[in-house]
Design a protein around this ligand. Structure first.
Ligand code: SF4
Length: 392
């Protein structure tokens, strides 16, 4: 087996991460899309070499869970046959590209994503593991709220722009130079102290006062962002979700059978191309107001060895009590893998029960400590402190 990822690294297919349920093997679809054969192939491999569960990640990747040490080698050979493997772990780690699922054949997104993938295989060196790119060239931006450091977008004047995350404006570019400018921006980030000890993000670098050189700075205003993407029908197909961003191999296989291509998203949803009605299958969430969408939870125990509690069973039980415009994040430990930001309510499992953070993240000071799952289920009003609330 290839090296297992050191803690704090993003896992890949060639460098998987060890978890409580076995190896987690991350697959990065090219251009953010799986054709039906690839999707069906991943479903079959998850059954043969994993435990049949597949995560949808916030980087629009998939993770095959529960792979044994012995199963890893044949699994990556099969992934290679599906054209889903990079030449080496370094290239794989660099290929961190989000692609808007709302692309159309005429908006340059696919062309630029493919060119960026090719060029990233060879560099630039020294980028932090979590450093990423977003290719989002439609007439509205879909990925503005998703994690990326360098963005290829469109300006309100309709031209392509390259924009550093954290900068308000971008530099207009011709299609033929967009990737070159994006990579020059990445090199500038490394050369001018943005990457330290394998970490560092563009917005923080610029926020700390780093000044972009004239050649990489622009005054072009990006197009507006679309409202938060929701489940439903779009011109490109049907956007479907999965509770806790996890599907079974049967669900993925079903989607592969009814759509020519699956576009992965950073919202733990899948856009199934060409579907003109919502796909209905056990394990798929299709209603935008489904309470399960109001909760976020990491795998928790027993899937993760760091976890102090079973997170998803508790989150699913509490979901019905969460208000439609609020979010509950249940984390198996303070690391907060499922959601790094703030939430209306955050429960962090600890040795002595759950800590409750209101309006913060797993790193913030809790309002209450030592809550048991039983107490919260019996009296969900303890979460908000509003005893009169039927729906919290
Ligand atoms: S937050 Fe903690 S318990 Fe949950 S997956 Fe991450 S490391 Fe595991």
């Amino acid at each position: 087996m290839s090296a297992v990822a050191i803690k704090g690294w993003c896992p890949g297919a060639l460098r998987p991460m060890r978890s409580g349920d076995g190896l987690v093997v991350r697959v990065r679809p090219h251009g953010g899309r799986l054709d039906a054969k690839q999707a069906a192939g991943i479903a079959a491999l998850a059954e043969r070499y994993g435990n049949g569960l597949i995560d949808l990640t916030s980087r629009a990747n998939l993770q095959i869970r529960g792979v044994s040490d012995q199963g890893h080698r044949p699994l990556i050979e099969e992934l290679s046959r599906l054209h889903l493997l990079d030449p080496d772990p370094e290239s794989e780690a660099r290929r961190n590209i989000l692609v808007t699922p709302f692309w159309s054949a005429s908006d340059d997104t696919c062309f630029l994503a493919a060119e960026l993938e090719q060029r990233l295989v060879m560099g630039p060196p020294g980028l932090p593991t979590k450093f990423g790119f977003a290719v989002d060239c439609g007439t509205e931006r879909a990925l503005a709220g998703a994690s990326a450091d360098i963005r290829i977008e469109r300006s309100i004047a309709g031209e392509l722009i390259v924009r550093a995350d954290g900068a308000e404006h971008g530099r207009p570019v011709a299609r033929s130079e967009a990737v070159k400018v994006a990579l020059a921006l990445a090199e500038w980030f490394v050369d001018f102290g943005g990457a330290r000890d394998g970490r560092g993000r563009m917005a923080a670098h610029i926020g700390a006062g780093a000044k972009l050189p004239d050649a990489l700075r622009g005054r072009a205003e990006p197009v507006r962002t679309i409202a938060e993407p929701r489940l439903g029908l779009y011109p490109q197909g049907a956007m479907v979700g999965a509770a806790f961003g996890q599907v079974t191999r049967a669900t993925l296989s079903y989607l592969a059978g009814c759509s020519p291509g699956l576009r992965m998203t950073p919202w733990r949803m899948i856009l199934a191309e060409e579907l003109r009605e919502m796909a209905h299958c056990e394990g798929l969430v299709t209603q935008a107001d489904d309470p399960i969408l109001r909760v976020v939870a990491c795998p928790g125990a027993p899937a993760c060895r760091e976890a102090y509690a079973d997170t998803r069973a508790l989150a699913a039980t509490l979901a019905q009590h969460i208000a439609a415009d609020e979010r509950l994040h249940v984390s198996g430990c303070a690391k907060g893998c499922a959601h790094s930001g703030r939430a209306a309510l955050t429960l962090v499992a600890a040795r002595e029960g759950f800590d409750l953070v209101r309006g913060g993240s797993t790193r913030d000071a809790p309002a209450l400590r030592g809550l048991s799952a039983g107490r919260m289920i019996a009296d969900p009003s303890v979460l908000t402190g509003r005893t009169d609330a039927a729906c919290l």
